[in-house]
Design a protein. Structure first.
Lengths: 923, 421
């Protein structure tokens, strides 16, 4: 286990078993819409606001109906607010900090008076599917859409990307034997049992303290005592048994408790993802990824609303919500309450309400209820017999197991006909479920019994999206009679609560309406995250990995313009941002006339060792390497099965059983994987090691390269002993190196690979040795000009996902006479048929520089594209490489392209633009 | 408008008949569009669309609903441009608002080579009449004030391909609209009816001396389809099975150069509007748009491994979040509500396979849609319907024939289709 779990995330860690504040603790003040609100230490934003008299906490998504506290457990959408700039914060879960700034959402000018509430007046004209059935003419929709768009959404974000400061998000990785999700009594018990059996246990709980419902709901033989404290006259005492459980957890060293942590996903390979809320910030800050052998799902159950008219009115609250307000926060939810539910359920709630001094006006069953009465708050409950004046309606709803994680873990959530709930079942090995999520201990369900409501349009099933009973029934009649299509058409379950409040009811209504059983109706798939997770938490610390070559500081010292090449930083050229043209030209002439030095450390480098190394390379590369003699180097190309060029580089045989391979900068991981892939299962004896980071590399090139290097090495660099395409081990400036005589830039030159730690030393030594020849370092831009004059192709610049060697003017690398190799069949076929397009060189007729990517046009149609184009100092002309359709790929052919809207022409050229005879390379 | 107050079933249920002129496997946007145009353009309505799940359960309900035509190849551009054109008029045609918001589509480039790639696409698009051009930071910032154009990101935005007619649509609505229109013409839609086998009469092969021996398919003729609802006789079968294209095709003995890989996406909580453009970054492997409801929909690149799993993974979710925040850092405290995956039928050249199959008479493909199938539903359906009805392959879909893989005549759309959905 990690020992660096800082206390910021840990709540009380089970160490203080009671949430009763220490006497004399200072209350905090926060600001709601600028107005100061006093909060007690046990408060959340929502409980403090409720105590201050606030009853409307949000406006609904579509009709802007006033909404008040409902679940008080972070599940329903009714208390979403903006806290310190974070939108859609569940105020009932947000601990209070002094000075916190809270604002309402989705209402203007205020929650009490929201002019958008006019939307409800038109609800008769906006039945389900409204938008699909109206504005079917494109012009109508174009007019209407901006208005609809403006009205949508809940929370607001700051639109200015520059206003964002860094946030301390972090990722933590843990391993353990058993992970228990849910810190209620069953979860605690499971954790204790596993711990006693000697396992390392992580117990994840989304509340600040362990205990689950025992923290607020007292058992019948333990009625809450009221205290005389003026601070919290209503707070119940926690369950007697809870203190003992917490003590045991606290005393068990192999249980780690993650409080304030929500497990939002179970992923393949028993990967548990949990998000920690910090008490200090409204944005959760830490993502824990936990690999575990066993998972115990003890997520419990939550209460869901009953269906009757105006069931969304502020003052209509779930019984568990009312009890949480009382038990956890010491807030009295109302003065005169009507309790709706079965006698048994109502009885257990009434005691707790009465104990806090709430008058129980009546207890009624759902079948009797007609509607809740009131405009912005409940004033009465109308039954089929009479009207009860009240300011609180407590719904004893059904309990729905929190089984979202079950499906993700590979189990199923099945309908238990007897108990009338969906419960966890068919769990895979290593995953178990305990407590209410299995249906255990749940009160008997009433299912979707109907109230006596006459107006199903005001019976809200989905509080997030304002979907009514009427909407669902209409949609089902229209043919959306599968729970998944019903969901998509009505958007029920698609809102912020993701179905926690409405899914069970929607399934019940769907089953009822279609005459299917609930089991046949099924559920929508539960997908991660089971609770919303901020993007910042998922992204983690804002890190930008950058790779620097061993000579990075040297380049900075000289002064260069940097370019990004994947994660690498490379000098584009040496000079200043506005000196590109002169700098590149000076570097160019240094290489062509004297000597130049370039840092090639970013090249991918592989050490391939073993008696079958040659055989493997013969299989993977298009050309032959088993016959390469020790001390020689050869250019090689890798293709896929379709003959498409994937990468290129040099392969040098440094010993009988050892090859040194270079790859393009960005492709090293791919090439290594590709070689490993074709090695796997063949039984060939080959070991492949990526030595990219361990080796630095430079290229010394130019007519004076030999003279420069001769000062630094004993090795005979003469053509006789060290000819073109040879490789030799040598000491360079005292450093053991591998020297390759190759010529990407078209001059006599050596590529030198040596241990990275000597990067600066070797670079410095070469610069010093070359001083008398006026050596210059050159960058990627200069290298690109030099190689373009030689018509050397850069894979993935001049080639793309359709380029094969034949059409890329690299036919010679494909040795079709050797045994099978990857891509052989495709390349053979490509060779036999007429090419569709070809990669060719061209020279511009006038000195106009088209952009890379410029399209070549023939007969008004695209007939190719430029891949590389540069000014060639030696030719004093603009030259380039381009893909053209085969018909145009003839030397001397004129091609046309559009530059700045004007047609310009160029001639196709067969030969390289510089030293076609390769004389300079071999000098 | 009148339909607003009329309760009418969108589509009816039917008993499976003994025979149909055409059986289409897969009731997503491709299957339903094919059926719709068979009926509308060619009067062929004795058609059954089979779906093993509910309507639109596959990628039609899982994609990120982006419509655009700014492809790269001379074959791809006119094809997708035609699809865009059909989509533009589809709400009116189907009398069903598809909520098509042509808000404009920006493909961001963060490296030199990506900028070059955009230029190729812009030029090709312009020549072929598609509204598309390369724009630079100042104009990008004006179009998308919320986008981070500073040099703080690891790879700052250098340019973008701006495609004004591109946008987003309500993907489920397209499925429902087509389904309703099919139903009204008498075409039968059979959800929860899985095709389990395809029957072939091998003796019916005509020995056509002029035709090269087929390596793709057995010689023969389609005679029927076995389903979980019983067997039906038909001479024409259309494979529109997306992620299951290869498993369905195996029933007909036709091997396809397709692998199946998952593609993941996620959606945020609803926010007040802050973004009214589709933003795609191929370098960052992410694309993001905000729907009319206010949700931000984000998508990833295709999973690296072949799989039929539709469970999302955590690393991909983390990546989508990371890259989204590179573009819109102010979303850091916006929450993800849901992640999901679809399974994509990937071809080697990132172009689809549409049309008949040499040698096997009556078997038609509309597969290989990879990560970009939704935006081509109408055009693929319309021209495949023409192929089925007339026996002639329309020019627009001819480049996408199965035999192109044998002929090495690939249509390389990787540069424009990978990631940039």
């Amino acid at each position: 286990m990690s020992d660096q779990m800082d206390s910021r995330f840990h709540g009380n860690d089970g160490s203080s078993p009671s949430s009763i504040p220490a006497n004399g603790q200072v209350p905090a003040t926060f600001y709601f819409n600028g107005r100061p609100i006093e909060a007690l230490p046990q408060d959340t934003v929502a409980s403090a606001l409720y105590r201050s008299g606030r009853r409307i906490f949000s406006r609904s998504f579509k009709y802007h109906r006033p909404r008040g506290l409902l679940c008080v457990s972070g599940r329903c959408p009714n208390c979403l607010m903006n806290v310190d700039g974070t939108p859609n914060v569940r105020a009932c879960m947000q601990p209070v900090r002094d000075g916190m700034r809270v604002t309402h959402q989705n209402a203007s000018p205020s929650l009490e008076n929201d002019f958008m509430a006019i939307a409800e007046k038109f609800s008769w004209a906006m039945p389900v599917g409204f938008y699909y059935k109206t504005f079917t003419h494109p012009w109508m929709w174009r007019l209407a859409e901006p208005f609809i768009r403006r009205a949508a959404g809940l929370g607001k974000i700051d639109n200015d990307p520059n206003a964002v400061t860094d946030h301390p998000y972090e990722h933590v990785f843990l391993h353990t034997n058993t992970t228990v999700i849910g810190g209620g009594p069953h979860g605690i018990q499971a954790a204790l049992e596993a711990a006693v059996a000697g396992e390392e246990v992580v117990l994840i709980d989304d509340q600040p303290e362990l205990g689950g419902h025992l923290r607020y709901a007292s058992s019948t033989d333990d009625t809450p005592e009221t205290t005389s404290s003026t601070e919290s006259p209503f707070r119940g005492k926690p369950h007697v048994g809870l203190a003992d459980l917490l003590k045991s957890v606290h005393e068990t060293p192999n249980i780690t408790v993650l409080s304030n942590a929500t497990c939002f996903g179970l992923y393949e390979g028993k990967l548990v993802a949990a998000m920690h809320r910090s008490a200090e910030s409204p944005a959760a800050q830490r993502l824990t990824q936990l690999r575990t052998e066993n998972i115990v799902i003890a997520t419990g159950a939550h209460e869901i609303p009953l269906l009757f008219e105006n069931n969304d009115l502020p003052g209509v609250m779930l019984s568990s919500g009312a009890l949480r307000l009382i038990g956890l926060h010491g807030v009295k939810p109302g003065e005169r309450a009507v309790v709706v539910g079965t006698t048994q359920a109502a009885d257990s709630v009434c005691g707790a309400l009465e104990a806090t001094g709430i008058e129980i006006v009546a207890t009624v069953s759902l079948e009797q209820v007609v509607k809740a009465v009131g405009k912005k708050h409940v004033s009465a409950l109308q039954t089929n017999e009479q009207r009860f004046a009240c300011d609180l309606i407590v719904m004893c709803g059904d309990w729905m197991p929190d089984a979202g994680l079950v499906g993700q873990a590979g189990g199923t959530v099945a309908w238990d006909e007897e108990r009338a709930v969906f419960v966890a079942s068919d769990l895979p090995e290593g995953v178990s479920a305990v407590g209410a999520v299995t249906g255990e201990d749940l009160p008997p369900a009433i299912g979707i019994s109907q109230s006596a409501s006459a107006n199903p349009k005001k019976v809200f099933v989905c509080p997030c999206e304002d979907v009514s009973l009427h909407d669902l029934k209409t949609a089902i009649d229209e043919g959306f009679d599968h729970i998944e299509t019903l969901k998509r058409y009505t958007t029920t379950t698609m809102g912020p609560c993701q179905g926690k409040m409405c899914q069970q009811a929607a399934i019940g209504i769907c089953a009822d309406q279609t005459g299917q059983t609930i089991q046949e109706t099924g559920r929508t798939t539960s997908r991660p995250p089971t609770s919303p997770v901020p993007l910042g938490v998922l992204a983690g610390p804002h890190l930008h990995p950058v790779k620097r070559t061993p000579m990075h500081a040297k380049h900075d010292e000289i002064g260069c313009v940097w370019m990004d090449m994947g994660e690498w930083k490379r000098p584009l050229y040496y000079g200043t941002p506005d000196s590109k043209r002169e700098s590149v030209e000076q570097e160019y002439w240094a290489v062509r006339q004297r000597v130049g030095l370039i840092d090639l450390s970013t090249l991918g480098k592989l050490d391939v060792v073993g008696k079958d190394a040659g055989k493997l390379l013969d299989k993977v590369y298009t050309n032959r390497f088993s016959d390469l003699r020790v001390g020689r180097a050869r250019y090689g190309v890798i293709c896929d099965e379709a003959g498409i060029i994937l990468d290129d580089g040099t392969v040098s045989r440094v010993a009988e059983d050892r090859y040194f391979i270079t790859t393009t900068t960005g492709n090293i991981e791919f090439v290594q994987e590709w070689l490993e892939w074709w090695l796997a299962g063949t039984g060939m004896c080959v070991h492949i090691t990526n030595v990219t980071g361990g080796m630095a590399a430079v290229n010394v090139a130019g007519p004076k390269a030999r003279d420069t290097l001769a000062k630094l090495t004993e090795r005979d660099l003469g053509n006789k002993r060290f000819g073109y395409m040879r490789c030799r081990q040598a000491e360079v400036a005292g450093v053991p190196s591998l020297m390759l005589r190759i010529g990407f830039v078209g001059e006599t030159g050596w590529e030198i690979h040596f241990p990275a730690e000597y990067g600066e030393h070797v670079w410095g030594a070469i610069m010093e040795a070359g001083e008398e020849f006026d050596i210059r370092p050159f960058g990627v831009e200069t290298q690109r000009v030099l190689r373009l004059e030689k018509k050397h192709v850069i894979v993935s610049v001049d080639t793309d996902a359709t380029s094969n060697p034949i059409e890329s003017d690299l036919a010679w690398v494909a040795k079709l006479d050797k045994d099978d190799f990857i891509g052989k069949a495709a390349i053979s076929r490509a060779k036999d048929r007429a090419p569709r397009e070809k990669l060719v060189g061209f020279i511009m007729d006038e000195n106009v520089l088209p952009p890379d990517g410029c399209v070549i046009i023939a007969d008004g149609q695209p007939a190719g594209r430029i891949t590389s184009v540069r000014y060639s100092p030696v030719n004093e002309r603009i030259i380039g490489l381009a893909w053209v359709s085969a018909g145009l790929a003839v030397a001397g052919q004129s091609i046309t392209m559009r530059v700045d809207g004007r047609p310009v022409t160029a001639q196709i050229v067969d030969e390289p633009f510089y030293d076609p005879a390769q004389a300079r390379l071999r000098q | 408008m009148i339909q607003l107050f009329r309760k009418e079933r969108m589509w009816r249920t039917h008993e499976l008949k003994r025979s149909y002129d055409v059986v289409i496997i897969g009731a997503g946007v491709h299957g339903l569009a094919t059926a719709y145009y068979l009926g509308k353009d060619h009067g062929i309505t004795n058609v059954a669309v089979l779906e093993k799940n509910y309507l639109g359960a596959g990628n039609s309900g899982r994609n990120t609903a982006i419509i655009r035509a700014n492809y790269r190849t001379p074959e791809g551009v006119p094809f997708f441009a035609r699809s865009l054109e059909l989509y533009e008029d589809l709400s009116r045609e189907l009398e069903w608002n598809l909520l098509f918001n042509q808000c404009g589509h920006l493909t961001l480039a963060h490296t030199d080579s990506s900028v070059d790639g955009l230029r190729v696409r812009a030029e090709t698009n312009q020549i072929m009449g598609v509204d598309s051009r390369v724009i630079y930071p100042e104009e990008i910032q004006k179009l998308v004030p919320a986008l981070d154009m500073s040099d703080r990101p690891r790879l700052p935005v250098m340019a973008a391909l701006y495609h004004p007619p591109g946008g987003i649509i309500r993907h489920d609505a397209v499925v429902w609209g087509y389904a309703r229109a099919c139903d009204r013409m008498g075409i039968e839609i059979h959800p929860y009816t899985e095709a389990t086998a395809i029957s072939i009469d091998s003796s019916a092969s005509r020995n056509n001396a002029n035709r090269a021996p087929s390596i793709d398919a057995p010689e023969g003729k389609i005679t029927g389809v076995e389903t979980t609802g019983g067997s039906v006789a038909t001479e024409t079968v259309v494979n529109c099975a997306a992620g299951w294209a290869t498993t369905v095709s195996r029933m007909a003995g036709v091997a396809l150069p397709i692998v199946t890989q998952p593609l993941q996406a996620c959606v945020s909580e609803p926010l007040k509007p802050f973004l009214n453009k589709v933003i795609v970054s191929a370098n960052l492997h992410v694309y993001i748009s905000q729907t009319d409801r206010g949700d931000c929909v984000m998508g990833a690149e295709v999973d690296p491994l072949q799989s039929y799993s539709m469970l999302g993974t955590l690393p991909t979710l983390e990546q989508m979040a990371t890259y989204t925040l590179e573009l819109f850092p102010q979303l850091h405290n916006v929450s993800v509500l849901r992640q999901w995956a679809g399974i994509c039928d990937m071809t080697p050249d990132f172009s689809p396979i549409i049309g008949a199959v040499d040698g096997l008479e009556g078997y038609h493909l509309d597969v290989g849609w990879g990560t970009y199938g939704f935006k081509a539903g109408p055009v693929a359906g319309k021209y495949l319907a023409e192929r089925i009805a007339t026996g002639e392959t329309p020019e627009l879909i001819e480049p996408f024939r199965l035999s192109r893989f044998r002929e090495e005549a690939l249509v390389g759309e990787k540069a424009a289709a990978a990631v940039s959905h």
